[in-house]
Design a protein around this ligand. Sequence first.
Ligand code: SAM
Length: 307
Amino acid sequence: TTTTTASTSKPAARLPRYARVNALLASVSEIRNALKTTFNISSEEDELIPGLLRLPPKTNLHGNELVESGKLILQDRASCLPALALHPPPGAIVMDACAAPGNKTTQLAGYVGKSGKVIAFERNAQRAQTLRRMVAKASGSNKIVTVVEADFTRADTSAKGEASHATMALVDPSCSGSGGQGGHLMHRESSHEAERAEYWERVRSLAASQIAILTKALSFPNVTCVVYSTCSVHKEENEEVVAAVLNECGKDGWSLARCLPEWPTRGLQSTPHGDKCVRAGEADATHGFFVARFERDGAASTSTTPM
Ligand code: SAM
């Protein structure tokens, strides 16, 4: 039987608000000062996520000039974890397999800096347009990010391909969204059996596509580190996807590393690799998120993760 693994009754109003300082355009102290002096908003830098500011619950920064200028990016705490778990060093060439609207793409761009490159795939034309807009706003005149409007599973892995020099990848594919505010709306707890069945059928179909995208990322010849993430709380989209891909790709030298070692909330202990994975959630004052990190042949040194 299919199981649900975390509570969804988490009133968003209780959670702090978060915003990430865009390292390409501003510093943490500059933004904290501006928030305080111009808008009378107190902020604290997150103790585990450098550059992330914690703001009082219900703070509304939509339309604020710091956000409009791209210096501050409205991004939830858990949503910062995947790029942090990859943490490419300055100058790295990185793929973002499922990029729009671009929160994690721009975070990656901040890590690789002007000497690096982020190749951002997005298959949906409208969402690719949103991604281009966000990248333009967040990168200033820097040409760090290249948007590729294409299905990542069809990307060219040969030396001729655009992404053949990439050494790292982030895979944050479409998921049920069950870790966030919208997840409960999707009939998973419906009293109608047909609606529940339809919900879980969709989860199975999402998992198949998640496995295909992750497997594709692991197939690029120069990639030695891949982070997989979802905003789902279902093991079918998380630990079970990781297990299926490891089963398939372990023979090619891929293994699972302990992701964000100091992050307190871990994956499901009832699964073989649970402890290596991260499951952020209400205990971390954020929405539900899952993160796992794959490495090829002990390539840990390619990252500069600060935790
Ligand atoms: N990483 C994004 C961020 O932090 O802003 C959120 C990504 S969202 C969860 C998933 C995105 O992946 C959607 O925009 C979807 O259209 C795109 N997508 C799904 N499958 C894809 C594929 N095979 N190739 C490229 N993009 C894909």
